[in-house]
Design a protein around this ligand. Structure first.
Ligand SMILES: *Cc1c(COP(=O)(O)O)cnc(C)c1O
Length: 348
């Protein structure tokens, strides 16, 4: 199967399996797992923050960040298309009494400046829930994997900090963003108080995400993680793969970006498929198909019959994601499969 549904389907590399087998372990709830400590130190320095904490998932990283930053009844301002708003099961509200306040995302995944200013300018008045955090996502998953440019990151950071409100960066794919923007994760995260990123997506780890911030913040976040049941014992099993990811899997993301460009170019030539243009493509291709929801389902089924999996995004749109498990030859096969499937479903 050529699995283009998500970069979360990546399997650990042989080097990761080796490192997992050999990992030095200890009890991480006691702070005694040398592999976890090493990964956390590497991650903190990569992101330019003082401290870092391993968590089981990106969802827990964002949740621990929001629960640590925000008092009950205060607002976390998030993009309407953000992962935090759409795909984290309302955790911040359910568990933290946080008012998740969605403002518009532009097509490029930026936060709408006027709506942000409006929310941040909420008068200090007993009627109004007060903002306590802004969350920004980079790259922006739902907005086609767009990297958010540094100037926008700085504008949002300035706007929040002027009001003494903190900024959390959901950097699940921050290494893809850094590559596309020709900069470093540290630079992208520089205006954010905290940043989370995933080891388990393009970086290929089986499990794990990291939350970074100040020493004081991470100390608080460790308590939050414990509350969430995310304190893990010999977590060096997970961290060992993370160390391999940070040392061997970052530079190769360029290959995924090239493959996504090739996939977009190939799909663009297929009658019946309409690839959404992006200014700066990372590892995703979003496309719409001609016809109705039923035709769209038949197209996905025809792709699957030919060994290609894609992810439905809405009634007539799909997402295809390139990753470590996808070669250039797989891209060519996927394009050929799309041409046949589209001919079958949309041709006359
Ligand atoms: C995948 C993802 C997450 C959450 O990661 P999980 O490990 O799946 O919980 C958070 N934010 C964004 C933008 C993501 O793409």
């Amino acid at each position: 199967m050529i699995d283009l549904r998500s970069d979360t389907v990546t399997l650990p590399t042989p080097e990761m399996r080796e490192a997992i087998a050999r990992a030095e372990l200890g009890d991480d709830v006691y702070g005694e797992d040398p592999s976890v400590n090493r990964l956390e130190a590497m991650a903190a320095s990569t992101m330019g923050k003082d401290a870092a904490m391993l968590v089981p998932s990106g969802t827990m990283g964002n949740l621990a960040a929001m629960l640590t930053h925000c008092a009950r009844g205060t607002k976390a301002i998030v993009g309407s298309q953000s992962h935090t708003n759409l795909y984290e099961a309302g955790g911040a509200s359910a568990l933290g009494g946080i008012v998740l306040t969605a403002i518009a995302n532009t097509e490029d995944g930026e936060l709408d400046a006027d709506e942000l200013a409006h929310e941040l300018g909420m008068p200090v008045d007993e009627h109004f829930a007060q903002p306590s955090l802004v969350v920004i996502e980079n790259t922006h998953n739902r907005c086609g994997g767009a990297p958010i440019k540094l100037s926008h990151m700085a504008e949002v950071s300035d706007a929040a900090h002027r009001r003494k409100i903190r900024l959390h960066l959901d950097g699940a794919r921050i290494f893809n963003a850094a590559l596309a923007l020709e900069t470093t994760p540290r630079e992208i995260a520089s205006g954010a108080d905290t940043v989370s990123f995933c080891l388990s997506k393009g970086l290929g780890c089986p499990v794990g995400s990291i939350l970074c911030g100040s020493g004081e913040f991470i100390a608080g976040a460790r308590r939050t993680r414990k509350v969430l049941g995310g304190g893990m014992r010999q977590a060096g099993i997970i961290a060992a793969a993370g160390i391999v990811a940070l040392t061997t899997m970052v530079d190769r993301l360029a290959e995924d970006h090239q493959n996504a460009r090739a996939l977009a170019q190939g799909f663009a030539l297929v009658a019946g498929l309409n690839v959404r243009p992006v200014k700066n493509r990372t590892n995703m291709v979003v496309f719409d198909v001609d016809g109705d929801a039923d035709a769209s389902r038949r197209f996905a089924a025809a792709m699957q019959q030919r060994g290609v999996l894609i992810s439905p995004r809405a009634a007539t749109s799909f997402r295809a994601v390139t990753h470590h498990g996808i070669s250039r030859a797989d891209v060519d096969r996927a394009v050929a499969a799309a041409a046949q499937a589209a001919g079958e479903v949309f041709g006359d």
